[in-house]
Design a protein around this ligand. Structure first.
Ligand SMILES: C[S@@+](CC[C@H](N)C(=O)[O-])C[C@H]1O[C@@H](n2cnc3c(N)ncnc32)[C@H](O)[C@@H]1O
Length: 390
């Protein structure tokens, strides 16, 4: 049976809303709950499979006979829920850490979204008004809660928009139709024009952005670009000149770029900058710099994961992921080496046989009458050769 989740109520009413929006009035909907099966109860309605029923009737009926449940369900959630939120609704959701405030698809888990909101609330309480800088925005999912937040004065998105990018998981990730224009179009569907005016987009690597390219220095940053340690550390170094000295820098996918975070901390120590880092569920790392270090400790430490365990587990999971992903090609390589090896063993065996044949032939010659009879002549020839050689 379907396990109950508060989001479910919202989703069901959202479905009705969506039908109204699409003007599908003559169609009535029957949700066949028996067939939904057991699920996690989180992020209901990731996929709906519909079939027409009773087509002879005046009003057509559609039976939703498969409601798949998944952990995120973000695509359908965004499609099913009303797009525009009022500022008051959004604020309430931000303050209560409601991940439903994310109205644009984001590549993050529900726990990540809660952690993002926790960090946003921390910034709001620490600064009152804050400036948000984001490295890596895709279609704007993680920008959305800041753009709609009246406490966010300005939001700067820095993203060179590559079609594909490497990753610490030793895989290449592709981003189709990756452009600031697309992101703006998606966001402006869900945000009032006033919120959109806060947004500046820069199609570049952050290390190429001069500090005078932005009007206001940022107080809160999220680094979520290329997920390699090298790129992430470079982003951290590139972000610093665009930030105020007392600021918050957060990292998404901290489980992949733990070494970059350790390097960033070492770099801050080298610069003599006070700092504090916490790891929040699932994969958000947050760093308070300057006066924000102790404030971060007070506000966010109670929600933090154990640092050593987190870093150790992340590293192990990363290695085992790489091993899993690459096991097919590694097995193929082992097979190829095995086949090369057995060919070489065959060649060695054939060479040994030839050598044995040659030795047998030589032994036969040495024991023949001709060989023995010609021994004095060979001795004379050897002596002459030695004399000429000396
Ligand atoms: C994981 S997505 C970002 C997701 C987004 N923050 C969200 O939660 O909705 C990664 C993004 O990093 C961007 N990217 C790739 N290389 C980058 C770089 N060197 N600097 C900044 N962004 C980069 C890609 O264009 C892509 O939009």
């Amino acid at each position: 049976m379907l396990r109950r989740h508060p989001a479910e109520v919202l989703h069901r009413s959202s479905l009705t809303w969506q039908l109204l929006r699409l003007r599908l009035w003559p169609i009535s909907i029957v949700v066949n709950l028996e067939s939904t099966g057991a699920g996690t109860g989180i992020g209901v309605q990731a996929a709906l499979r519909c079939r027409p029923a009773c087509s002879g009737r005046k009003t057509r009926q559609v039976v939703i006979d498969d409601v798949k449940l998944d952990l995120l369900g973000e695509a359908s959630r965004n499609q099913l829920e009303p797009l525009m939120l009022t500022a008051d609704q959004a604020l309430g959701m931000i303050e209560t850490l409601d991940p439903a405030v994310f109205r644009v698809e984001t590549q993050s888990t529900l726990n990540d979204r809660t952690s993002f909101l926790r960090v946003q609330n921390f910034a709001r309480s620490a600064f009152g008004r804050y400036v948000y800088l984001e490295v890596g925005s895709h279609i704007g999912g993680s920008l959305f809660p800041h753009l709609i937040d009246p406490s966010c004065e300005a939001a700067i998105s820095v993203d060179p928009r590559p079609a594909a990018q490497p990753d610490e998981r030793a895989e290449v990730f592709h981003y189709a139709e990756n452009s600031a224009a697309r992101m703006r179009a998606v966001l402006s569907d869900r945000l009032p024009p006033a919120a959109m005016t806060k947004l500046t987009t820069i199609d570049s690597d952050v290390s190429d952005v001069r500090s005078d390219a932005v009007d206001l220095k940022a107080t809160l940053a999220l680094i979520d670009g290329e997920h390699t340690d090298t790129a992430c550390f470079s982003d951290f170094v590139g972000v610093l000149p665009l930030m105020k000295p007392d600021c918050i820098v957060s990292f998404h996918d901290a489980n992949l770029i733990g070494d970059a975070i350790l390097n960033a901390e070492r770099f801050l120590e080298h610069l003599g900058i006070t700092h504090e880092t916490v790891f929040l569920p699932d994969t958000v790392a947050v760093m308070g710099l300057g006066r924000l270090a102790s404030a971060l400790r007070d506000h966010l430490k109670p929600y933090a994961l154990d640092r050593a365990t987190y870093l150790d587990q992340s590293r192990r999971e990363l290695w085992s992921h790489i091993a899993r992903v690459h096991s097919t090609s590694l097995h193929a390589e082992v097979e190829r080496l095995r086949s090369d090896n057995s060919q070489l063993l065959g060649e060695i065996e054939r060479a040994r046989e030839a050598s044995r044949d040659a030795e047998a032939g030589f032994a036969a010659i040495k024991s023949s009458t001709t060989w023995r009879a010609s021994a004095p002549v060979r001795a004379v020839v050897d002596r002459i050769k030695r004399r000429f050689a000396s």
